[in-house]
Design a protein around this ligand. Structure first.
Ligand code: PMP
Length: 374
């Protein structure tokens, strides 16, 4: 199976039904932006019906509830996938989306794994641009905030068979969100629970696809971490306790290698890891800089432990759309506390990456190919 961009809806068929003045919601104060709690006034919907020739015309409508048949496949077999990306209001007032074509590609690969229909990513980006420009006042006028974009694709066939869904709904909702670091002077590292009893992905599974079914089973483990006073879960895999991801972020390690060189390393895309857009961007920036070695390879807990003992571990950080870059300061590994010196480095590279990325996102670097103006 492959992506079939020719069997797609078209942005030229997009229709718009605007919310009536009384339906418009007040915009929340940017300082009070809880992630994913406030939604903009409009949404995008595209239905797919096999019996009607596939994708229907895309429509922008007021933000509203969905009506689903109780047997809809999404509600029983988690026939669902989603994406997460952001639009930023730049210092020049222009709104830019960060590398949306990579999210479109990932969304289509998730669709194939879920038996859901694929589409032309450029057409969805064009529809999205229209949606964001209609709700543009919701893109925060603040460099501590952005507009989170949540494209979602669900199987809505009203039949209980475990089979491909002949009908689907692709929709997009938008939320203004704050950044992880509200104030860099108060920056603290995250603490992690690394419990070898749990894993989130395995070879032949679908941990490398952004399907809702990957996330529900993580909630219980995340709660266990919180009960221990830890903020995130460090996901391990295999008898050698490989580090795979941290919470909903990819993981990076910066260390002094056997030759005494500085090296940035992240686990490879071997099926156990979501191919993060932030991960891809950090690897590209790191390679372009040529200031340290950059590699994609397995990292194990034994190695982390040894590097700490030998004072060779410099930084560990998570990378993802939600908080961009998140320094790690502590790991509870099967009851043993490991202190990670990320925040003690005089010029940490995680901060350098955070600055590079936000300079692109907020338009300090103009016309960068990774920042698509709407
Ligand atoms: N890993 C997982 C499990 C995730 O859910 C995410 C968030 N999409 C990421 C990594 C980071 O990916 P991205 O940089 O594309 O947000």
């Amino acid at each position: 199976e492959s992506i079939q961009p020719e069997r797609s809806f078209k942005s030229s068929d997009l229709s718009v039904r605007l919310a009536a003045p009384h339906q418009l919601q007040p915009k929340p104060d940017v300082s009070a932006l809880t992630f994913g709690k406030y939604f903009t006034d409009h949404m995008l919907k595209v239905f797919y019906y096999e019996s009607l020739g596939g994708w229907q015309a895309p429509e922008i409508t007021p933000f509203e509830n969905l009506v689903l048949h109780p047997a809809a496949k999404v509600l029983h077999y988690a026939v669902e996938l989603f994406e997460g990306m952001k639009a930023y209001r730049g210092i020049d007032g222009k709104i830019r989306i960060f590398r949306p074509e990579l999210n479109m590609e990932r969304m289509n690969t998730s669709a194939i794994r879920s038996g859901l229909p694929t589409f032309n990513g450029n057409e969805l980006i064009k529809c999205l641009n229209r949606l964001i420009s209609i709700d543009q006042e919701w893109v925060p006028h603040s460099e501590a905030s952005s507009l989170y974009i949540r494209p979602t694709l669900i199987g809505i066939d009203p039949t209980l068979g475990v089979a491909a869904s002949d009908s689907a709904l692709l929709y997009v909702i938008l939320c203004p969100v704050g950044t992880y670091f509200k104030n860099s002077s108060k920056e603290v590292g995250v603490s992690l629970l690394a419990d070898p009893r749990y894993t989130r992905a395995w070879p032949g599974g679908c941990g490398d696809r952004k399907m809702g079914s990957n996330y529900a089973p993580t909630i219980h483990v995340q709660r266990e971490a919180a009960e221990k006073g830890l903020q995130q879960v460090l996901w391990l895999y295999g008898y050698d306790n490989q580090l795979t991801e941290v919470g909903t972020m990819n993981i990076f390690m910066f260390y002094l290698n056997e030759n005494g060189e500085r090296e940035l390393v992240t686990p490879p895309l071997n099926g156990l890891i979501l191919p993060g857009v932030t991960r891809n961007s950090i690897l590209a920036l790191g390679r372009e800089l040529k200031q340290f070695k950059v590699s994609e390879r397995k990292i194990t807990m034994d190695e982390v432990h040894r590097l700490i003992l030998e004072n060779r571990l410099l930084e560990l950080f998570g990378a993802g759309t939600a908080c961009i870059v998140s320094p790690i300061s502590f790991i509870d590994y099967a009851g043993q506390g490991l202190h990670i010196p990320t925040l003690e480095q005089p010029e940490p590279i995680y901060k350098m990456f955070l600055k590079c990325l936000s300079d692109i996102q907020y338009g300090y670097i103009t016309d960068h190919p990774w920042a698509l103006p709407i």
